[in-house]
Unconditional design. Structure first.
Length: 441
């Protein structure tokens, strides 16, 4: 059974609609085949034999009159059978069917040969839908011609056509009903996919009770997650804003003191670091849920990020790779993506002396790759590195500044909200960390 399932699985439809339709259609087809074989084969076989046997009695009556030398004109007219001598008839010619699908014709020919010993050739291929029988009577060939309707049911294929037409109609009707039942599941899938990308599509419980229950469960889950996100945002924003006021007072107080004092300079640097940490908190709390999608050129965005870094004194080269046009607009939330790339570049500058940005454009995706010559991140720690507040200072240069561990987390969160990903690896060119920020096109 397991082997059978493995063999069958590649041929099964992947969608719920396809599988449900197959479950519906396969029995209908099998029923049609069974009915066609059993009913048509048996019923039309019996009907054809009975009708042919009845007609054979009339033919044998005429043959008997011919053998006795009696006049057959009146009898042939009464029986609606045309009778004429056929001295040129080929008695060795094969029997002929009307066409290859003339199933009842096979029984007609078989029955006529069984019932009439004098029969030599049966021809059912007449263009006038007639039966032509060549019989040898008193060493003289005679041709008997009669309507086909005398030996088989008229148009027996009509039943098959009607059955097939009814099956197609009922299958189409069932498919339309099935599609209507599947549509709420598709809407639920679209809403779930959009929610994973930071969008909230309108969704209402519809369809069968099980689908309604699943939709209600999803709506409840979405509402809980949105409340948690809102609470997290409010908490982090509130804490960050509340801390900014005393931090500003401290900076003002330090500015009034002797700026050449080494201790005061260290305190000022600590305050700057605290301000950077607060900015990371605010960026992480803000997210990108309130930003609107727009069509943005990846090349223009990359050049803007490089220009912003240049104003900060960082010279970062930009490389272009890929077969697609890097300037072709892509749907994204520009401020969020720009913030994510800037975070990756800032992270690279913090832990390395050199960094570069490469823009890859491929079929269905665009990727911003930031590489540096720093110590990198061990493969076992890369999954932890993209989590909020992750601290990997043991594997990174602590003298470059520690931060709060939100830079990679912010970039990963923005990538996921766009339906993309952030993948960490080793830089083959610079030897440090390689951060690939991928977005779908």
């Amino acid at each position: 059974m397991v082997m059978f399932n493995k063999w069958l699985k590649p041929y099964l439809p992947r969608s719920l609609f396809g599988r449900a339709f197959m479950i519906l259609a396969v029995p209908i087809v099998l029923i049609q085949v069974v009915v066609g074989v059993v009913f048509v084969e048996r019923l039309f076989q019996d009907v054809t034999r009975q009708m042919t046997q009845s007609t054979s009695l009339d033919l044998k009556h005429l043959i008997g009159l011919l053998e006795d030398g009696q006049d057959t004109t009146k009898a042939a007219r009464d029986l609606q059978i045309t009778l004429r001598p056929a001295p040129d008839a080929d008695l060795t010619a094969p029997d002929r069917l009307k066409d290859s699908l003339d199933f009842s014709g096979r029984y007609v020919i078989e029955t006529l040969h069984d019932e009439i010993p004098q029969a030599r050739v049966v021809d059912l291929a007449s263009p006038k839908s007639a039966v032509s029988l060549i019989a040898l009577v008193n060493d003289t060939p005679y041709e008997f011609t009669l309507p086909r309707q005398r030996v088989s049911a008229a148009n027996p294929h009509q039943l098959l056509v009607a059955m097939v037409a009814a099956a197609i109609f009922l299958t189409a009707l069932a498919a339309a009903f099935l599609r209507n039942q599947i549509s709420p599941v598709r809407r639920l899938a679209r809403a779930a996919d959009a929610f994973g990308k930071g969008q909230s599509l309108p969704l209402y419980p519809r369809g069968a009770s099980e689908v309604r229950a699943a939709t209600n469960a999803f709506l409840s889950m979405r509402a809980r997650i949105e409340r948690q996100i809102e609470q997290r945002t409010l908490m982090l924003s509130g804490v960050s804003h509340d801390l900014r006021t005393p931090l500003t007072r401290l900076k003002l107080s330090l500015s009034l003191l002797d700026s050449e004092d080494e201790e005061i300079a260290l305190m000022a640097r600590d305050l700057d670091e605290m301000e950077d940490i607060l900015n990371e908190f605010l960026a992480f709390a803000k997210g990108d849920s309130e930003e609107q999608d727009e069509m943005v050129s990846p090349l223009a965005l990359a050049e803007q990020v490089i220009a912003n870094a240049g104003r900060s004194g960082r010279d970062i080269p930009l490389k272009l790779e890929g077969a697609e046009d890097a300037a072709e607009p892509v749907k994204m939330r520009r401020p969020a993506v720009q913030r994510a790339i800037a975070n990756l570049l800032s992270n690279a500058a913090k832990y390395g002396d050199r960094s570069e940005l490469t823009l890859y454009t491929g079929a269905g995706f665009v990727e911003f790759v930031v590489e540096d010559n720093g110590p990198g991140i061990h493969p076992d720690q890369r999954e932890t590195a993209v989590k909020p507040f992750a601290r990997l200072d043991a594997a990174r240069n602590q003298d470059k500044g520690s931060g709060v561990g939100l830079g990679l987390a912010i970039a990963a969160d923005i990538a996921r909200s766009h339906g993309g990903s952030l993948n960490l690896g080793d830089s083959e060119t610079l030897g440090g960390l390689k951060a690939a920020f991928r977005l779908p096109r």
